[in-house]
Ligand binder design. Structure first.
Ligand SMILES: [Zn+2]
Length: 258
């Protein structure tokens, strides 16, 4: 066994024992949690699909308002990827941990709804979801399924079945506030947890990136599983540099079956 592998095995066992001995475990996930499901990180440069546009500029409320054609053209390949993706092992294991009473909540920065599709119940989608849309005129709310397919297939913009105005996907764009109620609950979970598992996020997008500090201030332990460094690694009890779809199932097996 190589030294690196031995370290990982130790780290997985340590992470699992911390989780087993905690009462209020929560998870914070980001783009790296969905890359094993084939969804590129649309914020990172060089991810091919998105280099034509600057996300900050096109994924913004003003582009949606003043140039919806451009906004929807940008979103289309991303939405197509997300709606055809399936939850990976890491998503499924988090749902299993929750069912077994070992996990209270999943806070996610992802808009792909894969945690919900994997069966997690208490999911706080702080950046919204592609799973539904809201009419900009009558505020009626619609599930994407059944409405979004023609847009994905031929680019025709989604319109309200009730009043025919444009529908806005329920995702949080640049220049927009996070959804108030969900963000408040996420902060509450962060303040009251005794262990936060940070998985598949480099903690670069505020304000979600600040949640681990809320947890630390209240004495919680941190476990980090990510392919690159995060600013809280030094303050984490365990830091595992790896792919969530490999590491999370190992941790979960140790917690539940170990
Ligand atoms: Zn409407």
């Amino acid at each position: 066994m190589s030294a690196q592998l031995a370290n990982d095995v130790d780290a997985v066992a340590h992470a699992a024992s911390l989780i087993r001995n905690s009462k209020r475990v929560i998870v914070l996930t980001g783009a790296g949690f969905s890359t094993p499901s084939g969804i590129p990180d649309f914020r990172s440069s060089g991810s091919g699909l998105w280099t034509r546009y600057l996300p900050m500029e096109v994924a913004s409320l003003s582009t949606f308002r003043y140039d919806p054609e451009k906004f929807f053209a940008w979103l289309r390949p991303l939405a197509s990827h997300m709606l055809s993706a399936v939850p990976n092992n890491a998503h499924l294991e988090l749902a299993r941990l929750e069912r077994q009473g070992c996990l209270r909540a999943v806070i996610t920065q992802n808009i792909d709804a894969l945690h919900i599709r994997a069966g997690s119940q208490n999911v706080l989608e702080v950046h919204g979801t592609l799973n539904s849309l809201t009419c900009i005129n009558c505020y009626h709310h619609f599930k994407s399924m059944g409405i979004i397919e023609p847009y994905i297939e031929n680019g025709s913009l989604p319109h309200c079945p009730d009043c025919d105005h444009l529908l806005k996907p329920d995702i949080i764009l640049f220049e927009e506030q996070l959804p108030n109620d969900i963000w408040r609950r996420a902060q509450q979970e962060a303040k009251s947890c005794d262990l936060m598992l940070i998985a598949g996020t480099s903690l670069e997008v505020m304000p979600s990136a600040g949640l681990p500090v809320r947890a630390l201030e209240n004495g919680a332990r941190l476990v980090v599983v990510n392919k690159s460094a995060t600013y809280v690694d030094m303050r984490a009890d365990v830091h595992i540099d790896g792919d969530v779809s490999e590491i999370i199932p190992q941790i979960s097996a140790e917690v539940l079956d170990g």
